[in-house]
Design a protein around this ligand. Structure first.
Ligand code: PFF
Length: 468
């Protein structure tokens, strides 16, 4: 197909689907960054960095972001834009156009399955930030700060009580899924753009303020820097490498075609290479800021860095009870965290809905309702994993940990591996050069090398090692 016919077809597709795609390059970057920045950065990164010993883990994580995650991120956006449809459709239309097998659409299927599983537990954690928002409003956080001699213990109890209550967890999970479904059903421009344009900068500024607070008042800022950035390789295990790799995928939202779906709304003149750098850079910065805000408090309060998923919910409220105007700061923080989580949940549901809309010709509201409700039901297993079903284990993990493990550590890396092989070995070099907007540059060669060789060997080796 020649290029004008192609762009006409693209315009028609976009026009029908989403009233013109993203309104600007900035809107796309903000929405993609909104997908990347979320609980993965603020909740998960600090707690797994703490569990796996800090420095060496962080270094491996940063290497995974730069050498594996970033090239795959660009590949996903590129495949999405070139294919111009839902991930599965994109692979099909590329197969017809570039003359390769349609079977690569299996990547889209893995993505849909993965989206289903991730959203089910992600929404439960996002619900925790709504619960904490409530704890600020009804004074429980302030009370824990003022009435007890041991603030850290009181905050720990508050978190434990939340997890012990299926009703409270279910309420948060239901609210998050409900809001996600409303936004997704509203279509790309009306729902999404408005929400993300102010929340990414807002969360960012708050985190900087918290880092400044931690640096100025705890007296343990240097301990935190040493913990996060001084590698001790003797503490590094293969499991830690797998977790760092899986988290690089999770935090960048790659490996499950979410970025592919977003890419399909992206206009042609935007440079995918530059946009990917911006998204990955911002995402990494937010994670490191979260670490720098949390660990000084962890050390100052004598808490365990490896305390697990409750880490931010136990540490940051301590800061909120001590700063002037802490309740307001706390409210803003949990609100922004919830919105950051929502801009991610939306992007997880999007590819699934986009697919049903196109394949089954379902209306957007119908596709959203059916899939959203099914995911909500699956999420109940994660709700119960913290209380009544805490003893139910699969391969030694509770249901929540199991879903997290299977998606972050197996399915996302597997999806990413296939995407790298596809972009590196199946798509032509010309298609890549054309789509990435990098011209015949050295950067293109490096990018292709990483996709063709480093990613398949690196990700393959880690996956096989860990599976065995
Ligand atoms: N990147 C999001 C986070 O770090 O919170 C989580 C996520 C969003 C994972 C979208 C996967 C995805 F497709």
């Amino acid at each position: 197909m020649n290029s004008s016919a192609e762009s006409l077809r693209g315009a028609r597709l976009l026009g029908r689907r989403h009233a013109g795609g993203w309104s600007s390059r900035m809107a796309f970057i903000l929405a993609a960054a909104g997908s990347a920045v979320g609980l993965g950065n603020v909740w998960k990164f600090p707690y797994i960095a703490g569990e796996y010993g800090g420095g060496a883990f962080v270094l491996v994580y940063l290497a995974c972001i730069g050498l594996i995650g970033l090239p795959i991120l660009a590949a996903e956006i590129m495949i999405g834009r070139r294919g111009g449809g839902s991930p599965i459709h994109s692979f099909e239309s590329l197969a017809a156009r570039e003359g390769h097998s349609k079977n690569w659409r299996v990547i889209g299927w893995i993505g849909i399955g993965c989206a289903f599983l991730i959203l089910s537990f992600y929404s439960v954690v996002a619900g925790w930030s709504l619960s904490y928002l409530w704890f600020v409003v009804d004074g429980q956080i302030a009370a824990a700060g003022s009435e007890s001699h041991d603030v850290a213990l009181a905050m720990g109890d508050l978190f434990a009580n939340l997890l012990a209550s299926p009703a409270a967890l279910l309420a948060g999970h239901t609210l998050i899924m409900g809001i996600t479904m409303l936004i997704v059903a509203g279509g790309i421009r009306s729902g999404l753009e408005r929400a993300v344009c102010w929340m990414v900068p807002g969360l960012f500024l708050l985190l900087i303020a918290l880092v400044v607070y931690a640096a100025a008042t705890t007296g343990r800022f240097t301990s935190a820097i040493t913990f996060l950035f001084k590698p001790d390789f003797s503490a590094l295990s293969w499991e830690a490498v797998l977790v760092a790799l899986g988290h690089a995928f999770f935090t960048l939202s790659v490996g499950m075609t979410a970025m592919m779906a977003y890419g399909s709304y992206l206009k042609r003149h935007v440079s995918i290479g530059k946009a990917s750098f911006a998204i990955a850079g911002l995402d990494t910065l937010v994670a490191l800021l979260a670490g720098l805000a949390i660990f000084p408090i962890v050390f100052a309060q004598g808490l365990e860095p490896g305390a697990g998923p409750g880490l931010i919910f136990v540490t940051l409220p301590i800061a909120f009870t001590e700063v002037p105007g802490g309740s307001l700061v706390a409210m803003l923080f949990f609100l922004f965290l919830a919105i950051a989580a929502l801009s991610s949940t939306i992007s997880i549901l999007e590819p699934v809905v986009e697919y049903l809309e196109q394949r089954r010709a379902w209306t957007r509201p119908k596709a959203t309702t059916v899939m959203g409700t099914s995911i909500w039901m699956l999420g109940i297993s994660s709700v119960l994993a913290f209380n009544v079903a805490a003893d139910v284990t699969v391969f030694g993990m509770n249901l929540f940990d199991f879903l997290d493990f299977v998606t972050s550590n197996l399915l996302l890396p597997l999806g990413g591996l296939l995407i790298a092989i596809y972009a590196g070995h199946v798509l032509s070099r010309e298609a890549l050069a054309d789509e990435l907007g990098l011209g015949e540059s050295r950067l293109l060669e490096i990018w292709r090398f990483l996709l063709r060789y480093l990613t398949p060997v690196g990700v393959g080796a880690v996956l096989i090692y860990n599976l065995i």
